[in-house]
Every structure is written in C-alpha cells, then in structure tokens.
Design a protein around this ligand. Structure first.
Ligand SMILES: NC(CCC[C@H](N)C(=O)O)C(=O)O
Length: 289
C-alpha cells in the first residue's frame, strides 16, 4: 500500500502558486518523492508544492511544515505555501495568529479574511549561506551569465538565501526574456551546489518591481513568495528601492516589507482554498493490474 493512501488533502493556491496541504499531524508519515511526483501528474492534482504538516516540536506552534516540490525535492521555504497553511489553520481553528516551524525557522502568520501576512525571517547574504560553490565578496551582483557568451541575455545576478536559494537577474523588460529557455541551465549551474530559484526582475519604480520566477524543482510558476522576498531585499541592498515594495507576479501582487528594526521580511498577500479530497492508490501511481 502507498504511504499516503487514504490521506486527506486540501488543494489551495497563493496567487496561482499551486499548493497541496497534507495535514499529517494525526498519523505522521514521510512524503515519498515518487508519491509526490505521482500526485503532481496532469489529471491528478497538479501542484507546485506540497505543504506537509507534522506535529509541532515547540510550544505555541501549530505544526512543523515540510515543503516538497513537484519533482519530489525538499525546500526550506515557500512563501505562498506559508500563507496557504495559515489560512487553512485559521479556517480549522478560528485563530488569526498562527506560528509554524520549518527547517529554516519560525513562520509567524497573521490572517485577515483571505489576506495573510507571514514573517519570513531574516535573509542571509554570505556566499556560503546561499550556498555558492566558492567564495564571492559581494553577493549583490555575482559573475554569472546566460545566453550567447559575447552578448549575454542575463548577467550579474544578486543572490540571497531566504530559507532557500535565489538568484535575481535585473532586466529592462521581463516580458522580453524567455525564462523557460534559461531557467533550467541556471537552476542547475555548478555555481549553485543546492540548485537555485531563478528570477528576472524589472524595476518599475522605487516601490514597485515586476517579477517572473523559474522555481527550483518545479519550473515557471504564477508566483513565488520567497522569490518576492529575495527580490525585495536584493533591490533594497542595491539601492534600487526602499524597504517596502509591491512585487507584481503573473498571478498578482505581494507587498514585502523588509522591517528596519530587525531585518525580518514581512510578506502580505492572498491565499485561497479550491477543493479537498482523499488520496487513493491510483493517484499515488499504483497500478491495480
Ligand atoms: N513557491 C515558492 C517556493 C517553493 C520552493 C522552491 N521551489 C525551492 O525549491 O526553493 C514560494 O512561494 O516561495
């Protein structure tokens, strides 16, 4: 029998980032990568991330969350998924202040209607934090390019770790870049030993950025909350914006406030419940023959 057989799930989204919430607190089991990949197949429950909830390990927290990409790999952060689990738990308990634990730290969330503000913690900028394959003095712009060697289309990204690794390429017009062409090679570039999420960002004004993200372990998505946080702090570090910006993604807007008092990143945006169901053997890739 498949590990996740008969377990209930809730399909949600955060700005069109496709999220499956698996509440495993009652009877915890690991999510096998092959079962995650089976659920993600077209016609089953295509998702970008599974947010798997486990029993909390510290007082005052609702759950320990593990984040699984559609290729079965695990991540330390998912901004849109965090807003989804906050809305899910608010709906279940009636609470409007929820705290989760993750491998990257605490996620403090406040829910108002369908809007959620999540504290995504403090960004890290050291080359070993990202991580990069070797020493780099200044992670505001590193040596990396894509496209023809003599006339690169993308060059000099900012790199940031916000619980997961991000590289942000600053461009004039995000619509002029075919991110599906360059995303795979950059995600897997040897400079990123743990791979990386790859973004193209366009500065619209001192408080507004347009963004598209090629997500590690997934591909192009409608929105990436951690990518929005990484981009906001990279923009402020480069003197392009202030510490509070609106990030416009294909799926809609997120507001990121990089709080000056403690450097925490506060992300505000919507989350939505779509439908629920129960996983069966066929959905988990088991054949009955
Ligand atoms: N959807 C995301 C990011 C999820 C994790 C990422 N693909 C990774 O592997 O780091 C978000 O909203 O932050």
């Amino acid at each position: 029998m498949a590990t996740l057989e008969n377990r209930p799930f809730v399909k949600m989204n955060g700005l069109g980032n496709e999220i499956v919430v698996l509440d495993l607190r009652d009877a915890p089991v690991a999510v096998p990568p092959e079962e995650a990949r089976a659920i993600a197949r077209p016609g089953v429950v295509p998702f970008d991330q599974i947010m798997a909830l486990y029993p909390p390990t510290s007082e005052g927290t609702s759950a320990f969350v593990r984040i699984i990409n559609s290729d079965g790999s695990e991540s330390g952060a998912c901004g849109n998924g965090t807003r989804c689990i906050a809305l899910y738990e608010a709906g279940r308990t009636g609470a409007d202040h929820l705290v989760f634990e993750s491998i990257a730290g605490r996620l403090d969330c406040r829910v108002t209607g369908t809007m959620v503000t999540a504290d995504m913690g403090v960004p890290r900028f050291g080359w070993h934090d990202i991580p990069l394959a070797g020493p780099v003095d200044d992670t505001r712009a590193i040596e990396l390019q894509a496209g023809p060697h003599e006339a690169p289309v993308l060059r000099g990204p900012s790199v940031v770790n916000v619980g997961n690794p991000h590289a942000i390429f600053w461009v004039e017009d995000i619509d002029a870049v075919d991110l599906a062409q360059y995303g795979p090679e950059l995600e897997h570039h040897p400079i990123f030993p743990e791979r990386a999420n790859i973004s193209v960002a366009q500065l619209v004004g001192p408080d507004h950025i347009r963004l598209k993200v090629w997500e590690r372990g997934v591909g192009l998505t409608r929105a990436c909350g951690s990518g929005a946080c990484a981009t906001a702090v990279a923009a402020a570090r480069n003197g392009l914006t202030g510490r509070r910006v609106t990030i416009t993604l294909p799926g809609g807007d997120l507001v990121i406030d990089w709080r000056a008092s403690d450097d925490h990143m506060l992300m505000t945006g919507p989350a939505e419940v779509e439908f629920d169901g129960r996983l069966d053997a066929a959905m988990l890739g088991e054949t009955t023959a």
